[in-house]
Design a protein around this ligand. Structure first.
Ligand SMILES: Cc1cc2nc3c(=O)[nH]c(=O)nc-3n(C[C@H](O)[C@H](O)[C@H](O)COP(=O)(O)O)c2cc1C
Length: 197
């Protein structure tokens, strides 16, 4: 493979935070001179194919205990490629922002269940804490997320007029480095392509 990999980054998002993480990953990879194409799984072109990519990353967020149908469909549709090529999965949830053992077990259960059902075995799996963008919520989501927010921020004067973000961006960067090392490209950031060997 060339030093400059071609990577497909597919994401499913509800309120935009998984897209923000995907954008961060894409920017970081591009700064290292890799070629990255971003795709919202809800808007995949009908003739979409992963052929020609050196690797793929799929990101999905949890809503009501589940990853989106569109992400599950994408994994189903491209499973043959995913099974035979380097691919990574990142999960985004608010449970991942909690410290308790119970929360850790819950996040692991979300991921394990998804992996088992999809029969896809990514070379790398990561869990990132998500966000509560109250400014993007309608009435129902604001009500629903107020309870989750109180759990994370404490009962006191929980403020639903501001946004909250829990993502540890350093761990996202670490995930990128780990994925590159699975592609045999750890620490590579050359501006030049070298011929494949
Ligand atoms: C309606 C709703 C339901 C949610 N349900 C869960 C849940 O069951 N478990 C969890 O850990 N996080 C839950 N979350 C938190 C989201 O996973 C978190 O906000 C994440 O950042 C969303 O990413 P997205 O904007 O890319 O969809 C929920 C969020 C919303 C708005």
């Amino acid at each position: 493979m060339d030093v400059n990999a071609r990577i497909a980054l597919l994401y499913g998002t509800g309120e935009g935070h998984t897209r923000k993480i995907a954008d961060h990953i894409a920017t970081h990879l591009k700064e290292m001179n890799h070629r990255v194409e971003l795709f919202d799984v809800q808007k995949l072109p009908g003739d979409f194919s992963l052929d020609g990519y050196d690797g793929a990353i799929i990101g999905a967020s949890i809503h009501a205990g589940n990853y989106s149908r569109a992400v599950k469909n994408a994994v189903r549709d491209y499973k043959q490629w995913l099974k035979t090529s380097p691919s990574a999965f990142f999960s985004v949830s608010l449970t991942a922002a909690e410290e308790s053992e119970q929360a850790k077990e819950q996040v692991q259960a979300y991921i394990d269940d998804f992996i088992a059902r999809s029969d896809w075995h990514p070379v790398l799996v990561a869990s990132f804490a998500g966000a509560m963008p109250f400014s993007r919520y309608g009435f129902m989501k604001r009500m629903l997320m107020r309870a989750a927010g109180r759990r994370l921020e404490g009962e006191g004067d929980f403020d639903t007029t501001r946004d909250y973000e829990y993502t540890d961006w350093a761990s996202v960067d670490e995930f990128i480095e780990q994925f590159l090392s699975h592609l045999g490209l750890a620490g590579e950031s050359s501006g030049e392509s070298r011929p494949s060997v």
